[in-house]
Design a protein around this ligand. Sequence first.
Ligand code: NAD
Length: 387
Amino acid sequence: MAKILAVLYPDPVGGYPPDYARDAIPSITGYPGGQTTPTPRAIDFTPGRLLGCVSGELGLRRFLEDRGDTYVVTSDKEGPGSTLDHELPDADVVISQPFWPAYLTPERIAAAPRLKLAITAGIGSDHVDLPSAIGHGMTVAEVTYSNSISVSEHAVMQILTLVHDYMPAHEWVTAKKGWNIADSVSRSYDIEGMDIGVLGSGRIGKAVLRRLKPFDVRLHYHDVHRLPEEVEEELGLTWHPDARSLASAVDVLSIHTPLHPQTMNLFDDDMIGAMKRGSYIVNTARALIVDRDAVVRALDSGQLAGYAGDVWYPQPPPSDHPWRTMPHEAMTPHVSGSTLSAQARYAAGTREILECWFDGRPIRPEYLIVDGGGLAGTGARSYTVAG
Ligand code: NAD
């Protein structure tokens, strides 16, 4: 029997379950391009419920305990003596979500001789040291597409929030009890007519481009894999051969690449300096793709007119993280991929991956990041490993 260790975010401060705003979520069975939503044999949860926190348990407890497996769920993941470190040495499977990542460092992987499978309940497996996972003979899998549309909606929302300068206007009329129209509009623009680009036109990046098209903007992108000509034509896209050419051409840049050696720290002082003065960056991909302090400097100087996103490093960030207090931001905690709608899909996908694993059936290639001693499936297309 296996031991499965899930590291999930803490319950709501108001207790579990929360008061749900709605009774149901739409039923979605397929993604753009034809991939189906997860197909586990069964689920033991109600779609639309809070599943990603400790009491939600990703809806897996009955399934795992009926099989005779041990299922340990904790949110305690950092510092010496954490439950994660305590439970890891005899764990077979570790599950975590990027919103509250179990950082599987080389040291932790070395301390887990039985660990064979790391599942990302969501998308983005950079919290797992992939070279160590490869060396350890592990499989790393994520629930590809489960929250891509959720993130694309959040990115479009944050683009509009920044350019229209929504946050200060909201604060004037609520916290400050004012009606300060002039103050509220002095940095407020429309996106209509702007040049907007995405870095990384995979599942999320492409969905952002599609959603922006009706706003009558000029769309640009860069990806190492160029989109088919008919998609470029349909969306009126300008392709750029590298990130710098894209960054210098646009008013707004939305980042949608994975974090890997080629994208680490890509947006430093130099790259941000190559953008037009008053550009905006939205980053819902990974925080380490941008230089934390270069972003703050660019907002202070006016080189950037705004920065928004939901990804931070580390997660959770310390209370004195400078992005909590920098000007012209519209930050959220890492939530875009954990809507209740997305949770239903990635909880079901996690179960699908576990069922395949236990049955000895292949995991869908689109879910694979590392397998068989190297990058595999989506991992082989979207990630690199150093060395
Ligand atoms: P995807 O694999 O479908 O697309 C990634 C794209 O990035 C691919 O087309 C790939 O070719 C491109 N790419 C990789 N390296 C590149 C480089 N150096 N330069 C240019 N392009 C490059 O992945 P996706 O589903 O679109 O997700 C993208 C990333 O978004 C994930 O890896 C994850 O880090 C992040 N994400 C965040 C959240 C959230 O909640 N904020 C949720 C899901 C995913």
